[in-house]
Design a protein around this ligand. Structure first.
Ligand code: GTP
Ligand code: MG
Length: 222
């Protein structure tokens, strides 16, 4: 990739730096709006976590992490998918600019929390990819939801898209390591490596089910 011989101080030293900054304004405003949408969804998840803890004396979440996609990743994805490169097109076509990953203790908790969240009357469920019921061929498991959620700005209500990924600790363990293995080397993997990773995913998934069954037995559900 060509290195840009260009630094922020170069913009500041230009005759009219405000013109460049003005051009970037719509992009920065949209990023701020995605940040607000993340805050809304995180608050909703935290409320459910508090209530769950009060009702059942345990927290269903191990962790919640959120991120806004990096500007360069946004541009690369738009180019890869052949979308027009504009702020409007970004908002229209990309649904994972704001993303939240929720790590749950048990598989049942994923569906319980996902259904409580999507049942809230200000949330519209745009898309569901259930890679737990239908794992990817490589063994990847997670529940992905695309939500449409309103944020309230001084100018009024605005609908934003947020991607929420739900996983158990076990699913996250596999996905994190697989990501590291996969992205470290930019090469096609041999059939043997693909099969090994898939086998690991299946072993981990079987363990997840057993832990759920043990919990069900202790709670007298099975
Ligand atoms: P992209 O958003 O362009 O990736 O395409 P998509 O919307 O069809 O993808 P999908 O919803 O299936 O997956 C989106 C996200 O899920 C990725 O950015 C990853 O965070 C995660 N993911 C999906 N598949 C895998 C996988 O095989 N391994 C790992 N480690 N993560 C995955
Ligand atoms: Mg996606």
């Amino acid at each position: 990739m060509p290195e840009l011989d260009f630094q922020f101080k170069d913009i500041m030293q230009m005759e009219h730096p405000e013109l460049i900054l003005k051009k970037a304004r719509p992009f920065m405003d949209l990023m701020m709006e995605y940040q607000c949408a993340l805050m809304e969804v995180e608050t909703k998840l935290n409320v459910l976590n508090e209530e769950f803890a009060a009702k059942y004396q345990r927290n269903p979440f191990e962790s919640i992490k959120s991120r806004i996609k990096e500007p360069l990743s946004i541009i690369n994805k738009m180019k890869r998918k052949g979308f027009e490169l504009s702020v409007e097109s970004m908002e229209k076509n990309l649904f994972d600019i704001a993303g939240i990953r929720v790590i749950c203790s048990f598989c049942d908790d994923i569906y319980a929390i996902a259904s409580m969240l999507t049942g809230q009357d200000d949330i519209i469920l745009v898309d569901v990819k259930d890679y737990i019921k239908n794992p990817k061929p490589n063994g990847y498991r997670s529940l992905h939801l695309i939500l449409d959620i309103p944020i309230f700005l001084s100018s009024g209500k605005k609908h934003m898209k947020v991607e929420v990924q739900f996983r158990t600790i076990a699913m996250d363990f596999w996905a994190s390591l697989e990501h590291k293995v996969k992205y470290k080397k930019d090469v096609e993997h041999s059939e043997e490596i693909v099969a090994e990773l898939k086998e690991c995913a299946d072993v981990i998934s079987a363990m997840d089910c057993r832990m759920q069954e043990i919990r069900n037995k202790i709670e007298g559900k099975a």
